[in-house]
Design a protein around this ligand. Structure first.
Ligand code: PXL
Length: 287
């Protein structure tokens, strides 16, 4: 695959930020995002939204960070270190989402700024639950996420469970995947990516990208491993690295898709449940 350029020794690298929850098991959330950022050669920063109590068997609880502390982390990083692209993952509560939206608007993250120019590329992964079905967002917060963050997002990246919660559409084939992409796009993001990875019957995993005019498909072989924890986060994390390097949205998604496919192929078992996808395949890849 085509790799992103690495910074020279002592040079300031491209910087990206994840706004996400901590996974004590080290598989998903900000731990997986920061791992992908480092292995892709960018400087990763983070605003922590919640601390989850988690292992390979599931999430048994979480403690949200105060909204002002989430906003403070974003502002502190952006005003000093700078940021070339931002992604969101687990956001936990409506109050945290409101604080993120207010701060993003103030700092020019996402959306379109006055005068029609673009803000900082902004990927919103509408994380609702863990793969075991444990909630990562309070039920009333989904409405706030759609109302406040979708209109600011460059790209939204729901999986099929999140698509059903957001649009009511059960994706079972190509036609319903297109219907879902249209319904998501109507909620305000510039691009909607409907991830097909959970469409179990298919032999390929096909993600569908829609910008309101054109559909683009990103297909990869389906890799049937139970060690897939953090796959969605990893796709988004690699995609924002590419966006921060200036790739356009379809090229950045293609990069993210290839990165997560390789990370799934290299996934390993830890604990008695689902092991993590493994971005450290990159350490063995050349150049
Ligand atoms: O994969 C979604 C996700 C994001 N963030 C955190 C998580 C999970 C899934 O378990 O725990 C913190």
């Amino acid at each position: 695959m085509q790799h992103l350029p690495l910074p020279g020794t002592g040079e300031t690298p491209v910087r990206v930020m994840t706004i996400a929850g901590s996974d004590s098991g080290g598989a998903a959330g900000l731990q997986s995002d920061l791992r992908t950022f480092a292995l892709a050669g960018v400087h990763g920063t983070c605003a922590i939204t919640a601390v989850t109590v988690q292992n390979s068997l599931g999430v048994t609880g979480f403690h949200p960070v105060p909204p002002a502390t989430v906003a403070g982390q974003i502002r502190a990083v952006v005003e000093d270190i700078g940021v070339g692209a931002v992604k969101t993952g687990m956001l936990a509560t409506a109050e945290i989402i409101d604080a993120i939206a207010d701060t993003a608007i103030d700092l020019g993250i996402g959306g379109r700024l006055p005068g029609g120019t673009d803000g900082v590329p902004f990927l919103v992964d509408p994380v609702c639950a863990s793969q075991h079905g444990d909630p990562l967002l309070t039920p009333e917060a989904l409405d706030t996420l759609l109302r406040r963050l979708f209109p600011l997002a460059w790209i939204v990246t729901p999986n099929l469970d999140e698509v059903r919660l957001i649009t009511g559409i059960e994706v079972v084939d190509e036609a319903s995947q297109r219907d879902a992409a249209r319904a998501l796009h109507a909620l305000g993001p510039r691009w909607a990516l409907v991830k097909g990875g959970h469409l179990r019957a298919a032999v390929t995993s096909t993600d569908l990208l829609y910008d309101g005019a054109e559909f683009l498909e990103f297909a990869s072989p389906r890799l049937d491993t139970r060690h897939d924890h953090g796959a969605g986060d990893t796709l988004g994390a690699a995609t924002v690295c590419a966006l921060a390097h200036g790739l356009d949205v379809p090229a950045a998604i293609a990069y993210g898709k290839e990165w997560v496919t390789r990370s799934l192929a290299a996934a390993y078992p830890v604990g008695a449940g689902h092991g993590p996808v493994n971005a450290s395949w990159r350490l063995r890849a050349h150049p």
